[in-house]
Design a protein around this ligand. Structure first.
Ligand code: NAD
Length: 494
């Protein structure tokens, strides 16, 4: 089996102190071995990033922008190849993998506007003969630590802006589907990025902890589950680093009595079961308001029957397998426990039959879900949709606002007044008005509230420029030689 290498200073590094298999979730079989980095290998990658920093910092903005224009072309041309890599290691269907690449491209396009993004500000004559301007400079070596569920898009959320701002990067992708990151690093190189600006190390807690503790790493971007996000935030912050750590989610979709129920059911099914529910913006709870529950549940169940689940490389498949055998067992255990927690299991995904050893599970629908039950409170991260019934909009809103997570949320209604009120009152970072998966376009930033994000900066878009740069403010005076005098008073404006 081929060993997936680290990329350090532009070289493929095949240190195999430890290895672990990378599976094809559709067959359940290992297909590659992955080199798992020791602390020494990670330190080598950090050193390569540090060595590449001075030259990359000095590279003109137009030359940096060129890399992103080239990368955009390459990513477009090579999308089918990259999508196939994603499907073989993640399991999502090819069209979904191509969709993820297209959304990641938005971050490359945003980064290609870096001349505009890195502009400072200037004020003339703030005091007599005194001007002030600000500049944005890179923070240094940045570490990017990413989850399995978007092996192209989430790395691009981070590395595009980080590199555009003049930083150098060590990317630690998920060990479950690492090949996309290697492919992206190779495309960056082909696009003209100098060696050492983007390094990729594979690994687990050992690699992550080394990055969190390294004195040479100045900022950490992390996306993953909430317990790890919290850990990353606390350890990196204790080490004096800038950190943004995005965590898990439980995204609620409110359906008001005036909503188009066919449209709402289409949206709920698409957003709950797309990518087998392994999206941090998946809808996992539908809140049926004011008596729409029976009709809505029937419409959702009817649509679920028609879903085609199978190997992601089959164009007929709409949903692929879960990422691992453990993920399948975990998701199915929530469905198994749902009835005892008071829910009605309308569709039981465990009953679906699949051939072979792939990590497939069927789609599940749970109705009358209690808000103190595990299936409601915890992130399941699989194709399980919970329906909660409430009488009023206010009750639905309260559920969302009291939940631990606050990533995305949506409301389906035709009443603009209610939609506006929801936008104003809801405690979540990303809101959809008749949009079930409101992932912001690349010119805005992405991030949740509450336990869905630790740190203050959201990811990609304008907030990424703030996160990946340090500002410097320069005060200037050009007095004539005979105009100075000693003055021990505090400088004030005149
Ligand atoms: P995960 O937390 O298990 O892993 C994320 C990264 O952390 C991986 O690179 C992994 O190697 C590393 N890691 C795992 N355990 C670690 C430990 N003990 N110490 C240090 N590092 C560790 O997440 P996952 O299963 O890969 O991804 C799914 C999760 O990510 C879900 O909870 C999902 O909601 C979340 N997610 C959130 C967003 C968002 O934008 N908020 C986006 C995508 C995914």
């Amino acid at each position: 089996m081929a060993l997936i290498p680290h990329i350090i200073g532009g070289e493929h590094v095949e240190t195999a102190e430890r290895t672990q298999p990378v599976f094809n979730p559709a067959t359940g079989q290992p297909q590659h071995e992955l080199a798992i980095a020791s602390a020494a290998t990670v330190e080598q990658a950090v050193a390569a990033a540090k060595a590449a920093l001075p030259a990359w910092r000095k590279t003109s903005l137009t030359k940096r922008a060129d890399v992103f224009f080239n990368l955009r072309q390459l990513l477009k041309q090579r999308t089918p190849e990259l999508a196939a890599i994603v499907t073989s290691e993640h399991g999502k269907v090819l069209s979904d993998a191509a969709g993820e690449i297209a959304r990641g491209l938005e971050n490359v396009e945003f980064a290609s506007g870096l001349l505009h993004l890195l502009k400072g500000e200037r004020d003339e004559q703030v005091s007599t003969g005194v001007d002030v301007h600000s500049i944005k400079q890179p923070v240094g070596v940045v570490a990017a630590i990413t989850p399995f569920n978007f092996p192209v898009m989430v790395p691009l959320w981070m590395i595009a802006s980080a590199i555009a701002c003049g930083n150098t990067v060590v990317l630690k992708p998920s060990e479950r589907d690492p090949s996309a990151s290697v492919f992206i690093a190779e495309l960056f190189r082909e696009a003209g990025l100098p060696d050492g600006v983007l390094n990729v190390v594979h690994g687990d807690k050992v690699a992550v902890d080394t990055l969190l503790d390294s004195r040479d790493v100045k900022a950490i971007s992390f996306v993953g589950s909430t317990p790890i996000a919290k850990y990353i935030y606390e350890r990196a912050a204790a080490n004096g680093k800038r950190v943004q750590a995005l965590g898990g989610a439980k995204n609620h979709m409110i359906v008001m009595p005036d909503a188009d129920l066919n449209g709402a059911a289409d949206a709920a099914v698409s957003a709950a079961y797309g990518s087998a529910g392994e999206r941090c913006m998946a809808v996992s709870v539908v809140v049926a308001v004011g008596g729409v529950g029976d009709e809505l549940v029937a419409k959702i169940a009817e649509r679920m029957e028609k879903l085609k689940i199978g190997d992601g490389t089959d164009p007929a498949s709409e949903m692929g397998p879960l990422i691992t055998a453990e993920a399948k067992a975990r998701v199915e255990s929530y469905v198994a426990g749902a009835e005892a927690e008071g829910a009605t299991v309308v569709v039981d995904g465990r009953e679906a039959q699949f051939e072979g050893d792939g990590f497939f599970t069927g789609v599940s629908l749970l109705d009358h879900v209690k808000t103190d039950s595990k299936v409601y409170l915890e992130e399941i991260f699989g194709p399980v949709l919970a329906v909660v019934r409430v009488d009023t909009y206010e009750e639905g809103l309260q559920l969302i606002n009291e939940h631990q997570f606050g990533n995305g949320t949506a409301i389906f209604t035709r009443d603009g007044g209610v939609a506006r009120q929801f936008e104003f009152e809801v405690e979540a970072g990303m809101v959809g008005l008749n949009v079930p998966i409101p992932v912001p376009v690349g010119s805005f930033s992405f991030g949740g509230w509450k336990d869905s994000l630790f740190g203050d900066a959201h990811i990609y878009g304008p907030e990424s420029i703030y996160f990946y740069t340090r500002s410097k403010v320069v005060t200037t005076r050009w007095p004539k030689p005979d105009q100075s005098r000693v003055d021990l008073g505090f400088p004030s404006n005149s």
